[in-house]
Structures are given as C-alpha cells and as structure tokens.
Write a protein that binds this ligand. Structure first.
Ligand code: ADP
Ligand code: MG
Length: 697
C-alpha cells in the first residue's frame, strides 16, 4: 500500500516529466501521497447562479450564465492581456486574463451559452472579473455539487495546472485509490466518530456533500494536531526525566519573613495560586520550565521576587533579566526598596555598568556575596559567572531569543530553574502548541482597586477637545503620555512625525507652565534615561515618545495615554501601551487618534480596544485578525508547517487533540500497548525527523 502512495508523481496519468518537475519545484509534490495531501482550501457550490446586475454587490466568487459578445487580445510578454465582454439579460461584465492565455483563448466561444465562475472586482467605476473559469454551458456536468478549489502558482497555471487542472489530476488519483493503512488508532476513530483514512481522502477531494467535506477535513485536522500534541508531550516527558533540577526543600526563613513583614500589600488570589504552582515545581527534583502569563499590571514583579526569595533562602543565587535598561533599573529600584530590611544583597548589571564596577561585581558574584542579580542582556555574557545560580526569572520573555534563554540555563552545572514571564497574553491554543513543553501559569486577576481604563477613538477634527482634556488632567496634577509610531521601514518618516508632534505639543503646551519630555530610539541610553527619569520624578508633565516606552515602565501618576496614528499599531502593541496608565489610584484614559480613512481590520482593532481591557480577549481577536504566523513570528509558526489545521480557527480541535494526547499518555506513558501500535510507529518517525524546536528556555 505504501508503495502506491510513494509512487513518483510523474507516473500519474496526465502528469509526465515536465509537469512533474513543476509540481515538485512549485508545490513540493513528489509522490502520490504528496498530491493527496494537497488539500483544497475551499469548496464552491456550483449549483447556484447569479446575475451580472447582482455581481456588483458581491464580495465573493459567483457563477454566471450568458454569452460572450466580444473577445480582445492585446499587449505582448508580461503585458499580454485577454478580455471578453460577457452579457446576460441583466447587464455586461468584462472578463480578464493575464496568465494562461493560450489555454483560455480556444475555450472562448461567441454565440454559445457559457458558464462563468469568478470573483467580481471594481476598478474605478467599472466592474470586471479577473481570471474566471469559463466553460460551455452544455458541457457543465449536473452532478457537480461541491467543487474543490486548490492553491496553485503562476508557473503551474501556465502549464494548464490551474485549480481545475489540479482537480483533474487528483480525481484521477482518487479514482484508483486502494484501501490505505490507517494512521490513527481504532479507538480514536470510533470514539471521535472520525472517517477512516481512505474515505477521508476521497471525501476531502471529491465530497458528496458539504457534511462529508467537513468530516473529512475534521479528520485530517485532528490527526495533524493530535500528532503535534503527542510530539510536544512526549518531548516534554523525555526532557523532564532527563533534566535534574535543584530541590528547594523549604520555602525558607527569608521567604516567610518577607511574607510576614515585607509584602507591601496582600497578594491577590491569582498571585498566591501561581506561587503555589512554582513551589510545587521546586520540590520535584526536575528542572522547572514555567511560563507565567499575566496582563499588564497584574503584578508579576512581586511573583518574580517571591520566587527568587525561595531560591535565595535555600542558599542559591537568583537572577532577574529584563529586556531594556530602563526596565532593569526599575526592577532593581523597586526590589531593592522592598528588600531594604532583609539580608539580601541585590546588584544591578546592565550595558552601562562601568568596567571597574563590573570587575568587582563579577568577583562578588563568583564568591557568592551577591544573592540577587538584576539586569539586561549583559547578564548573558560568558564573563558573568555565578557561584551557585539556582533560579532565573526572565521578564517580557518574547523579547528574548531562544539562544539567549538557553544561555541562562548553562550558567550552572545543573540548570537553574527558569521562570519566564510575559505581559503579552498568548491565546490558549497557541500557548498549548508553541509552548507545549512548558508549564503555564496565569495571573488572571488584577490587584484590587484598579479602575478600568476608559478608551476612546478620536480623529483629527477632535484634536482641540483632546488638548483641552490634557490641560484639565495636568491641572489636576496628572501626567500624560503621547506616543508616536516607529516602524523600521520608514524610520525617517516616523522620526519626522515625532519631531513635528513634539513641536506642536511644545507650542500648544508652552513653558513655563508645561514641561515636555521626549524619548526615542535614536537617543543615547543616558539621554533616554535622563528624560525618562524627569518624567518619573514628575518634573515634566508630558512625555512624547515612540514605542520605546512600551515595555514595563511604571509611572503611577500618569493617567492619560494618547496614541497618535493608532491605525499603525497592532492590537497587542496598543494594549501594551495602554497598560502604561491605570497604574495609580486615579481614573485613567487612553485616547486613540487616527486619520479618517480606516480599513475594516483597523476598525475592528480600534473597536476591540474601546470595548475591552481584557488582554486575553484582545489576544484572541488579534489571533483571528492576524493569524498565528504574525503573532508567534513566522519562523516559529513556519516550523510548525501545518497542512490543514488552523490554530486560529480550529481552537476546539486543538483542545480536543491536546486532551486525547494527554489521556493516551496517562494510560500508556511509553505508547507501547498493542492498540496504540499505529500511533507509536508514526510518532517515532516524527520524533526522529524533526529537530527539537519547541523549547524556549
Ligand atoms: P506587571 O505584571 O505588568 O509586571 P507589576 O508587577 O509592575 O505588573 O505591578 C503593577 C503594579 O501593581 C505595581 O505598582 C505593583 O506594586 C502593584 N501590585 C502588584 N501586586 C499587587 C497586589 N497584590 N495588590 C496591590 N497592588 C499590587
Ligand atoms: Mg512587568
């Protein structure tokens, strides 16, 4: 059977050596199996007809019936173009082709009733239909219900393999398909009522009905996600068994003492729960690899501190790493203040630490004088050696690369425990998939007394009102952020935006009454810190900045966040920026300034921001809008290489696959029971084939 599937694609009727080469180079299709796995990306219902008059209100592909009244060919080479005027009782629309003209031209017939299928497009006042499918009406088969649509490329189209051509090849293949070996266990097929593999292949390509198409798709989606989850869970099992970790027997004197008299406030329920989870990890004797998710302002810093105190109380050293100098300094100052009555030696190490101080610091680290080191990337350098590093906390982990995180693990002979924290909530299904080998904790509760931030969307014509509002807030003693976009491609342009903005603000809010700070990426770190510090100290009332202030900065007195050109920011970035306010007792506001013309997607982003403050809800919308590739980075999601499942749309199947994989491993940890034979076979292949990409810390 497998020999059938492994047959080289050129031996399929209708392919031959030339097309075979193209199928390989364009779509990576080498074998019958590869072609079978080239699933349609959608289906069209070809039993319905529309009229040309209706077509102008359509935003989707439609089917028309009528006559060609004129055919025109023009241009040469790349400019070559074929057009046909197509008419029915209700009107006329122009059909246009730029590719595959030599295949299309002979099929165009005047005076014969034709069927046309395509998506109408508006060009100025005119409507046309680019690259429609066209066929004589008398040749339309009446048994076509659902027609599969396949992705293809320009080169393939030019050799006759447009969607329709691919459909024909696949039909040839499906018609001679033998009964295939199963790739899921009987139990799973029965329990989840899944189509068997052979039927599923037939029905995904040539569905009898929509219901069958869906069932076939669901089977392949489940299969894909199930093996992905099995892989992640098994890899995690292996790494947990393999990697020994320090045991922190007791929480220790230090923790208890700090808990009793050092805590600035009562912990929230969520903070307590997370600390319990971490505490459990410390007792297992395995290496902790935990991700802590919590919305901006959820109080992760305190959890980080308490975690390190457990390590320190057990006579290990601890480190906290932040992605920016500003943030590292802020952590250092907050933590030093909280620990001032406790016997903990805290030190700061950043890129700006002077060589002389650094040398001394290295020594004190090595002989164990320093208990807690806080800093930036500078901590990763080889010269930074610890006496006995037991626990590392990485803040805003998405700002760090895999290699940098791995580096921290190598700072002791037994890898120190790792807690990574992120304020960018990751939708559940993505966390399950991309961080499948980590344990995840969530702080899903904000500290008490926070007033929700009111968010509004304003346009240029409201600017005076907005400025009036700023004045009122400053009058009340509050401080204001005004943020401008910074995108690398047009740094100069953005810089001008910022400068123009700064000047306009300085004019509208003149000295001596108002003082304005400015921070941007082109400033030296010292200048940046100086300006930032003036704002933190309350010497300036307005902070004009680019997104450099996005991460973690805490100025509780700032109550208004104005985001200029908000249409140019992504959802999670908007949410992060908004999180800079609402940190004190005062009522806070976020004002999203935009131009007049907004795309549908932009409107959705802005509406979401106005509607909710919940980071997880925002993350879900973001996932729907942008897809996993943009959220996790194309590299990470590219490596996933999903054929059919969509992490954004198939979240239920992700959860189902996860649950089934878990249940299987709970019942049969080494996947050795006879009924799981098929799964074991496939899984072994997968584990061998893929490098270990899932690990992040
Ligand atoms: P993030 O999770 O974004 O890093 P922080 O740790 O900076 O949030 O905390 C945000 C603010 O909330 C800080 O000012 C911190 O002191 C305060 N905070 C943290 N935990 C609590 C708590 N349990 N009760 C009251 N305030 C808290
Ligand atoms: Mg933080």
């Amino acid at each position: 059977m497998s020999t059938f599937l492994q047959t080289s694609i050129e031996f399929l009727k209708g392919v031959g050596p030339q097309r075979a080469e193209l199928l390989k180079s364009e779509l990576g299709i080498y074998t019958f199996e590869d072609l079978l796995n080239h699933f349609p990306f959608r289906y069209v219902d070809r039993s319905q007809y529309h009229t040309i008059a209706e077509s102008q209100y359509c935003d989707m592909a439609i089917q028309l019936k009528g006559y060609i009244i004129e055919i025109n060919e023009s241009g040469v080479g790349r400019k070559r173009k074929l057009t046909a005027k197509f008419q029915d009782q209700t009107g006329m629309i122009e059909l246009i082709w730029f590719q595959g003209i030599k295949w299309i031209l002979p099929t165009l017939k005047k005076g014969v009733e034709m069927q046309v299928y395509g998506k109408p497009k508006q060009y100025g006042p005119k409507w046309n239909m680019p690259h429609p499918e066209i066929i004589e009406f008398s040749k339309v088969k009446d048994d076509v219900g659902l027609q599969p649509v396949y992705s293809t490329t320009e080169k393939l189209t030019n050799s006759g393999l447009h969607s329709k051509g691919i459909e024909k090849l696949i039909k040839t293949l499906v018609d001679q398909l033998p009964t295939l070996n199963e790739s899921l266990s009987k139990q799973l097929l029965v329990k989840l009522n899944l189509l068997d593999r052979t039927t599923a292949y037939k029905q995904i390509h040539q569905p009898k009905t929509e219901e069958f198409a869906n069932r076939a798709r669901n089977r392949f989606k489940f299969e894909e996600l199930f093996y992905l989850q099995m892989e992640l869970l098994v890899r995690k099992q292996i790494s947990v068994q393999k990697t020994k970790g320090f045991i922190f027997e007791e929480v220790g004197e230090l923790f208890n003492d700090f808990y009793k008299r050092g805590l600035p406030f009562d912990l929230t329920g969520a903070q307590k729960r997370v600390i319990k989870e971490i505490r459990k990890d410390f007792l297992k004797g395995h290496h902790m690899n935990r991700l802590l998710q919590g919305d901006v302002g959820a109080g992760k810093t305190l959890v980080a501190l308490l975690t390190t105190l457990i390590g320190i109380g057990n006579n290990y050293q601890a480190a906290i790493i932040a992605p920016t100098e500003i943030l590292a300094i802020q952590h250092f100052e907050t933590i030093k203040e909280m620990l001032k009555d406790f016997p903990v030696e805290v030190a700061l190490l950043t890129g700006s630490t002077k060589t002389k101080d650094r040398r001394e610091l290295h020594e004190r680290l090595l002989n164990g004088d320093i208990h807690l080191l806080i800093g930036t990337h500078a901590l990763l350098e080889d010269s930074v050696q610890f006496n006995n590093l037991g626990i590392v906390v990485i803040d805003e982990q998405h700002r760090f690369g895999v290699a940098q995180r791995a580096k921290m693990r190598s700072k002791n002979t037994t890898p120190p425990h790792v807690l990574v924290m992120t304020a960018t909530p990751i939708p559940r299904t993505l966390a399950m998939t991309f961080y499948g080998d980590l344990d995840v904790s969530v702080i899903d509760e904000l500290p008490p007394g926070r007033k929700p931030i009111t968010t509004v969307h304003k346009k240029e014509q409201n600017r005076l009102t907005v400025f009036g509002f700023i004045r009122e807030e400053i009058e009340k003693g509050r401080q204001i952020y005004i943020v401008y976009p910074l995108i690398h491609e047009s740094e100069t342009l953005d810089f001008n935006n910022l400068m123009d903005g700064y000047e306009a603000i300085s004019r509208s809010f003149p000295l001596p009454k108002y003082k304005v700070s400015m921070v941007h990426g082109k400033m030296k770190p010292e200048e940046k810190d100086f300006e930032m510090q003036r704002f933190v100290n309350g010497e300036t009332q307005i902070m004009v900045a680019t997104t450099v202030i996005e991460v973690g900065v805490n100025v509780p007195n700032a109550s208004v966040m104005i985001i200029e050109s908000a249409e140019r920011f992504g959802l999670s970035q908007l949410h992060q920026l908004r999180g800079r306010v609402g940190r004190g007792a005062e009522k806070s506001y976020c004002i999203l300034m935009t131009g007049d013309k907004l795309s549908k997607e932009t409107k959705k982003r802005l509406d979401t921001m106005v509607r909710t403050n919940d980071g997880f809800e925002i993350a879900e919308v973001d996932l729907q809008l942008r897809g996993p590739g943009d959220i996790m980075g194309t590299q990470q999601s590219g490596e996933l290489n999903l054929r059919i499942a969509d992490l954004a749309k198939d979240s239920q199947t992700v959860v189902l696959a996860r649950d089934e994989a878990r249940a299987l491993l709970a019942d049969d940890p080494s996947v050795e029971k006879p009924e799981n034979f098929i799964i074991r076979e496939l899984l072994t292949k997968i584990l061998k084939a893929k490098p270990n990409w899932g690990r992040i810390a």
